[in-house]
Write a protein that binds this ligand. Structure first.
Ligand SMILES: *Cc1c(COP(=O)(O)O)cnc(C)c1O
Length: 420
């Protein structure tokens, strides 16, 4: 059938996103870390349930380490998934944590993460958040002159030399990134040309300068775009350090590594990125020769390791279409519903977890239980025939799911979460 025909055919199936590798059926059911979905739900006691797989977190980190230069530190951007069990597991895998609020700092402290391994970015840090960070020995990624003054003042009050890096708003952004966070007028960081003066002011004011943070965007699947951006970031960092007149102690190169959510998406070529970064590291200018280099990744580390399980509570037909109505929805899966920054709604990877290896048999819409037409988990998906009581699985649910969705909408409350 031609693309033209498909567009006009209102009943045509819409493709689902690619299911991440590593999920095999056991007894016909989706298994996560070697355990059947229905057993996990029985153990948790209810649905909806987020399941995060230790095996998949480990495998992802191992592959990333193998691809990246050995000297590169890998940080976890906590906002992707701040569940304490996930943080505690990641603590054994990554070199540091990047957080973006005092609330996230409290979670990390609850898990026992040392402030020496934490940096804190975010455009609107309140004085009490800055105080808690300095007291804990966290590196502040300072985003403005006002924030720098506060940090110096709070450091003097506490009698602590604050550790401060400066977040730079660069004059470029990452080509092909889903969410741009640099280039032009932005609320993030300080415009590049004002950075050297602020660093000198911080050093003169008694702060320990901890380098630069340059973050340019999220969710890119193009290795070339990442390579190009990292090159620009290294050039900019060297230029700033030269103007400051001191070598740059540490450089957070940003991240932005994406994962395939939609049909046609290809995984990011991390081998190409690692090789290019290795070449650059072999030829660094003096200002960066001793610099601790880091990248910060959120969804790339945890996104594919998570699965959202919900139960089908009703199966109905309307005007010839089938609706599988689940007890989950956009209140836990805002991104999968297409309402978290998407311009056009496309289907996430989704399956009938309890019929994981069954052949497709019908086209169905999978929806949530909320009283809003926005609450869609899959449109016109080709699926095995499913009945009330079956479990559905939404994949790529390890990042920006539970914590980035409006769980209190319609009085629904949080989903259960477990690490297995
Ligand atoms: C959101 C964010 C990240 C994580 O983004 P991912 O797309 O999950 O990798 C990293 N760094 C900063 C500064 C962020 O704001």
């Amino acid at each position: 059938m031609s693309i033209e025909r498909r567009r006009r055919d209102p009943n045509a199936a819409k493709p689902l996103g690619p299911i991440p590798q590593g999920f095999e059926p056991i007894d016909g059911e989706l298994a996560i870390s070697g355990r059947k979905a229905s057993d996990l739900v029985a153990e948790a006691g209810d649905t909806p349930l987020f399941v995060y797989s230790r095996d998949m977190l480990d495998a992802r980190m191992a592959a990333l380490r193998a691809a990246m230069p050995e000297s590169l530190s890998i940080h976890y951007a906590v906002k992707a998934n701040p569940h304490p069990d996930v943080i505690a597991h990641m603590a054994g895998l990554v070199d540091g944590f990047d957080l973006a609020s005092g609330g996230e700092l409290a979670i990390l402290q609850g898990v026992g993460i040392d402030g020496a391994h934490i940096s804190f970015a975010g455009p609107g840090k309140r004085p009490r958040e800055i105080r808690a960070a300095i007291a804990a020995g966290v590196t502040l990624n300072c985003e403005s002159e006002t924030e720098a003054e506060r940090a110096l003042e709070i450091g003097r009050e506490l009698g602590i030399e604050p550790k401060v890096a400066v977040r730079v708003n660069p004059d470029f952004d990452m080509r092909g990134s889903g969410m741009k966070m640099g280039g032009g007028a932005k609320q993030f960081g300080l415009d590049a040309q004002r950075v050297p003066a602020l660093i000198r002011h911080l050093i003169d004011g008694g702060a320990q300068w901890r380098g630069l943070h340059i973050y340019t965007g999220s969710q890119t699947l193009e290795a070339d775009a990442v390579i190009e951006t990292q090159g620009h970031v290294l050039d900019l960092a060297a230029r700033i350090a030269r103007e400051v007149g001191q070598p740059c102690p540490a450089l957070n190169l940003g991240g932005g590594f994406g994962i395939p959510y939609f049909a046609g998406n290809e995984p990011l070529d991390i081998a190409a990125i690692g090789a290019a970064l290795g070449d650059r590291f072999a030829n660094l200018p003096d200002e960066l020769a001793e610099t601790e280099m880091a990248i910060e990744l959120g969804r790339y580390l945890v996104g594919e390791a998570g699965v959202y399980l919900a139960q089908i509570v009703d199966r109905k037909e309307s005007h010839g279409e089938i609706f599988l109505i689940t007890d989950g929805g956009l209140h836990h899966q805002l991104a999968a519903s297409g309402n978290f920054g998407a311009v056009v709604r496309r289907n996430y990877p989704l399956a009938i977890a309890t019929r994981f290896d069954a052949p497709t048999a019908e086209i169905a819409n999978v929806v949530g239980c909320l009283c809003t037409p926005l609450d869609r988990l899959a449109d016109k998906a080709e699926l095995p025939r499913a009945e009330v009581g079956d479990l559905i699985a939404v994949f790529c649910a390890g990042a920006y799911g539970a914590s980035a969705s409006p769980m209190h909408f319609l009085g629904q409350g949080p989903a259960l979460e477990m690490l297995v």
